[in-house]
Design a protein around this ligand. Structure first.
Ligand SMILES: CC(=O)SCCNC(=O)CCNC(=O)[C@H](O)C(C)(C)COP(=O)(O)OP(=O)(O)OC[C@H]1O[C@@H](n2cnc3c(N)ncnc32)[C@H](O)[C@@H]1OP(=O)(O)O
Ligand SMILES: CC(C)C(=O)C(=O)O
Ligand SMILES: [Mg+2]
Length: 560
């Protein structure tokens, strides 16, 4: 018995290439950026609940130009007034930079082609993108036409485009898409593309784009790569043809389809920012480009200010960038878990110490700063899964505290406990607050309001300390081999208790541009270590405060 009863109605709907050479499978990397074409304003827009307004489209267009797109499909001008107006606004207001080519989509129907060319009047250059469906399902169910008739439809469209181009001023190139390519037999897809190419006769000066859309994804990515390789090997005048890939993400494979398709002969990618588009989306160009970037290949697009890109995109499309979207999601660089944080913190230190030329910090495929993300806010995030490494890294990078190795565990568990009980993430300020309240300059139950020292020999110091404890204040004396030792001995004698000072470290601390000294003290009693921190403008005061803080932690614990 099947858990999902309808499984039997499904069968593979794709047409694999027979005996594919699979030369692409020998390659391991995409070595140069493809030609990028953003289809955000067309494919992306047609998939929005509320399509973008004219102003929103204009803003998005300008932003795509800023990112570095040189080819932008701006819409389907024959589809609606807004689409038409948008095209006219760009042209009439000279808003298209000379190095940017707009692209428009049209069906193979005369009135639609006529309207498309009318929309393009005055454009210096443009790509006219003609499509018709070629898949078995569409031929049978939608067009109810034979293969021959479908080829005739494509030829009609190609001829009409040629005629209208001849009548319109401007430098226009052509693109043809056998829509639903992945549901089409490869031999038929080749036949129809070659029929169109024979009408358009591509030359080096007038190359034609053949776009191979994964309109609906039916197969694993290597099947698509074989189809692309087959087309690339057999297209008429291949040398003057630009093979474009247009994957959709129905199987979650759009990025893989694009990458393998590029290895297999693709020259160009049509996709959208963050993968917006019909159903599960188009290929996410951000991911594709930054995948290349992470291997040292210049993607020729600028994604260095991801927070701004996300803001513009979310505002104009009313879509949301998923928190786990590669490179762009709010949480993709965040490490909550202790061992990840620890490795990142160590990796960052390693990098500083070894002046590494290549980025190889564990768990971070790229430097988050390269896409405008901030370490403290975006990388090490603290909750009950966090550990000492991450918490200490945060205290060091955000607040300048170099917590001694031996103290880190105590602090790590303290923070984890707070987060666990509150059942929430702790902000850096909250972590600092726990640190301050628990360790820094703690003056109860014991405080030392006054202390004096006298040098008694080369390694001998005497102290006179005023100690307040349980409501009484007394002046006591002690000797030691240093100031802290002398104070510690005076306190031990006064309280009639024993403990040993196991850790002492100190360093300078910048607090609001004032330099202070911070000291850390570890006191051990009955096999347990108690920690204290002192912060003061004077290092002697810092060390005594650190000592007292540790002592007070011990006394409070012994009282329990
Ligand atoms: C995979 C993709 O993303 S393809 C792009 C899809 N995008 C869009 O469709 C958005 C814009 N489209 C529209 O606004 C409308 O569909 C228009 C304005 C283009 C056309 O509108 P209408 O003619 O009113 O309606 P509609 O789209 O339903 O037309 C369907 C007819 O066109 C035919 N047709 C569909 N696609 C094509 C094509 N590429 N070439 C030629 N004919 C086509 C259909 O077979 C059908 O024919 P029929 O009238 O003989 O049954
Ligand atoms: C118009 C075509 C290229 C398309 O968007 C698709 O097939 O997905
Ligand atoms: Mg599409």
């Amino acid at each position: 018995m099947y858990l999902m009863k309808n499984v039997e109605q499904y069968a593979p709907q794709f047409f694999p290439v027979k005996n594919p050479p699979m030369r692409w499978a020998q390659k391991t990397m995409i070595e140069k950026a493809p030609i990028w074409c953003s289809v955000d304003l067309r494919d992306g827009n047609q998939a929005l609940i509320t399509p973008m307004s004219l102003d929103e489209k204009l803003e998005f267009f300008r932003y795509l130009v800023k990112i570095g797109f040189k080819e932008i499909e701006i819409g389907f001008p024959a589809a609606s007034e807004t689409e038409y107006e948008f095209c006219r606004t760009l042209i009439e207001n000279n808003m298209i930079p000379d190095d940017v080519t707009i692209q428009v989509l049209t069906q193979a129907r005369e009135h639609i082609i006529a309207k498309t060319f009318e929309a393009l009047k005055g454009a210096k250059h443009a790509i006219v993108h003609l499509y018709n469906s070629t898949s078995v399902a569409q031929r049978e169910q939608v067009f109810k036409k034979s293969k021959e008739d479908i080829i005739k439809l494509a030829e009609l469209g190609a001829n009409l485009c040629k005629e209208y181009r001849a009548k319109t001023e401007g430098h226009f190139r052509f693109e043809y898409s056998p829509e639903s390519f992945t549901g089409t037999e490869p031999e038929f897809a080749l036949e129809i593309c070659n029929a169109v190419l024979k009408i358009w006769e591509p030359t080096p000066e007038d190359p034609v784009i053949i776009n191979l859309p994964v309109t609906v994804s039916h197969s694993m990515p290597h099947v698509y790569a074989n189809q692309v390789e087959y087309m690339s090997d057999n297209l008429y005048r291949r040398e003057n043809v630009i093979i474009s890939l247009h994957p959709h993400n129905d199987r979650g494979c759009a990025v893989a389809d694009s990458e393998l398709g590029l290895l297999a002969g693709g020259d160009r990618i049509e996709g959208t920012l963050f993968g917006n588009g019909e159903r599960t989306g188009n290929v996410d160009i951000v991911t594709l480009a930054l995948n290349m970037y992470s291997q040292g290949v210049d993607p020729e697009l600028d994604f260095s200010n991801m927070p701004e890109i996300v803001e513009v995109y979310e505002r104009v499309t009313r879509m949301h960038v998923y928190e786990r979207s590669p490179y762009s999601g709010q949480l993709v660089f965040a490490a909550f878990s202790g061992s990840h944080q620890d490795a990142i913190a160590k990796g960052m230190h390693w990098r500083e110490e070894h002046d590494c030329k290549h980025w190889n910090v564990p768990y971070l495929p790229i430097n988050p700063e390269d896409v405008g993300r901030v370490y403290e806010a975006d990388v090490i995030r603290i909750n009950s899964q966090s550990g000492k490494g991450g918490v200490s890294y945060l205290m060091e990078t955000k607040y300048g505290y170099h917590i001694p190795q031996k103290m880190r565990e105590s602090f790590g568990y303290l923070v984890k406990g707070v987060s666990d009980h509150a059942h929430k993430e702790l902000l850096p300020e909250e972590v600092l607050d726990i640190f301050t309240k628990h360790y820094v300059n703690v003056e109860t139950p014991v405080s030392i309001p006054e202390v004096h020292f006298v040098q008694k020999g080369e390694n001998a110091i005497g102290t006179e300390a005023t100690i307040s404890y349980k409501g009484s204040t007394e002046t006591v004396h002690g000797d030691g081999n240093g100031r802290l030792d002398a104070v510690s001995n005076a306190v031990k004698a006064h309280l009639n208790m024993d403990f040993s000072l196991t850790t002492y470290t100190e360093h300078a601390l910048e607090v609001c541009s004032n330099s202070k000294a911070v000291a850390y003290v570890g006191l051990e009693k009955n096999g347990k270590t108690y920690w204290g921190v002192g912060v003061h403008s004077d290092i002697i005061n810092s060390s005594i405060s650190a000592f007292l803080s540790a002592l007070n932690a011990m006394l409070m614990d012994l009282k329990k």
